[in-house]
Structures are given as C-alpha cells and as structure tokens.
Design a protein. Sequence first.
Length: 199
Amino acid sequence: MTTVSDLPDLDELRREAAGCTRCELYEPATQTVFGEGPPSAWLMMVGEQPGDREDVEGAPFVGPAGRVLDKALERAGIDRSEVYVTNAVKHFRFERQGKRRIHKTPGVTHIRACRHWLDGELAAVRPAALATLGAVAGKALMGSGFAITKERGKVLEWEGHRLVPTVHPSSILRGPPEARDEALDALVADLRVAAGLRP
Ligand code: URA
C-alpha cells in the first residue's frame, strides 16, 4: 500500500529539477521552469515548454500566453489557484536572432528526457483530471498520432487519468485579430469540459 510518506514531495522534486542536465537544453536556458500550483490541485494543465518570459521569471505561463490562459480559465469558472500548471519540457528551447530569443519547438528527445519530472509531478499531485495545451503537449503525452483538431474538448483516458486536450493559448495570439474572440470562446468551451471533471 502507498502511504502519504511514500509520495514524492513537490518541493524536493523542484529542487532536484533545478539542477537537471538530462538533456542539453539546460545550457543556454536561464533556469528550470518547474510546475506551479497546490499539491492538492484537482486539475493539472500541461503546456509545451516555458517561453522567454517564463525562462526569465522561473514560473510557467506568466507571459502573454499565460495572460490568455488566465482569462480563459476565469471565463470557464476555474480559479488558477486550484490548478497545477506545468510544461512537458522544463527548459526554454530557443534560437538567437540578433538580440531576440526565438522559440524553437522541443524535440522528442527533450520531451522524453523531461518525462521524468512530469511523472514525478503526476505522482505527487495525483490530479483528478489533466488538460493539455496545444499539439506539442498533446503529442508529448498521447503520442505522435494525436490530432488536436479531432480531439480537442473531448474527455480522453490517458494512463488512468481523465484528460481534456485543448489548443495552446498562444495560438490565439498568433491567429488573425478578427478570429481571436471566436478562438478564445472555443478555448473556454474546452476548459468548461475540464471544469466538469472537478470532483
Ligand atoms: N507556453 C507554454 O507552453 N508554457 C509556458 O509556460 C509558457 C508559454
């Protein structure tokens, strides 16, 4: 039987992850961006990887995509303080263009190397439900056959968890301005499906 003392401690995991060298992404990145939220969270949201702002601040979804996420969560009736927010990959992968650091999609090797930390977070938080944000996070968990357009907003079974995939909040910012309201409404609708899984 698993007792509470056998469960991994999130703070301990965070401390270990701060020194992670499981793949090469740690070298140019500022720091590991571990998940954040209460260990008692009923919902775990998994994004792709920290962005430029997150890399500097050391916290997930605190930049422009995070602001869209916060707005969508509020409209879906989910308080961010009840959610554990993390990423499939915990270092920012980027390319330098002059002074700018341009996001580069993480590869399978980065996702695999980082799975250790996601598994630790799952074991420590034991959320009632999961939500993946974007195609990369969806594929990271459910494999390369995962198709976001087909699966978004559905309740799927994944490794004993109920999981609702949705789009990445930054896709709304990247889309045409005239399509943003509709895209945000669709993200909110998906998050309402996740809200329906609250115990
Ligand atoms: N995009 C992500 O996938 N995660 C973050 O933390 C920020 C932006």
